[in-house]
Design a protein around this ligand. Structure first.
Ligand SMILES: [Fe+2]
Ligand SMILES: [Fe+2]
Length: 207
């Protein structure tokens, strides 16, 4: 395990049961809200996976793990990413919140011994999606937007649900398009989000 994770894990008595261990890890590192959010996204992710014939267990696992990097505050994330030898984009440097997806991916592997590449990749792009996104990428992306981590009802939820009736890709695009329509107000546009927008825009038009 990378030494940067030691102070976060040495006071946690891991049980070997993933769901419980993620809850323990987050709660004992002062992130009880994230613990709740991760479990809820796991449940939602399994539901979406069932609707679109994706691997339900993998989807649930990805949901549980997706925000575990919340234990690192925003102002330390770029330094953490550098220490973990993660590639840092200028957009991430300007708006460190969005690098949490890449840090969660490394933590899933290194702390929780996840080696399923599909799960790791879905965790690693859950905020922005990416080009050539997989079924599981889209499942987690949509689940995290439906079961969001803020209070109240997400402003895009009706549009997302309406599109989800057509396909999972339509659902994912509905959210990306919502952001795109407001892109002047966004702090940055992540290059992976731009890629996903360009790619899915054509896909949903064809279907
Ligand atoms: Fe997230
Ligand atoms: Fe999340």
């Amino acid at each position: 395990m990378h030494s940067i994770f030691k102070p976060l894990t040495q006071h946690v008595s891991f049980t070997g049961e993933l769901k419980k261990d993620i809850q323990l890890f987050l709660t004992l590192n002062q992130c009880p809200k994230t613990a709740k959010h991760c479990i809820e996204v796991g449940t939602e992710s399994r539901r979406i996976a069932m609707l679109f014939n994706a691997n339900q267990a993998a989807a649930e696992t990805a949901g549980w793990l997706h925000d575990i990097s919340a234990v690192f505050p925003n102002n330390g994330r770029i330094e953490v990413a550098r220490q973990l030898q993660i590639e840092v984009f200028p957009e991430e440097e300007r708006f460190p919140m969005i690098i949490h997806q890449k840090i969660s991916k490394v933590m899933a592997q290194d702390i929780f011994n996840i080696h399923d590449q599909d799960v790791l990749d879905a965790v690693g792009c859950h905020t922005t999606l990416r080009s050539s996104s997989t079924l599981l990428d889209q499942v987690l992306f949509v689940a995290d937007k439906i079961s969001w981590d803020q209070s109240g009802v997400p402003p895009y939820i009706n549009e997302l649900n309406r599109n989800l009736e057509k396909s999972l890709t339509h659902g994912a695009f509905a959210y990306i398009n919502y952001l795109w329509e407001r892109k002047e107000t966004l702090k940055v546009i992540h290059p992976w989000l731009r890629d996903a927008y360009e790619e899915l825009k054509d896909k949903v038009r064809l279907v």
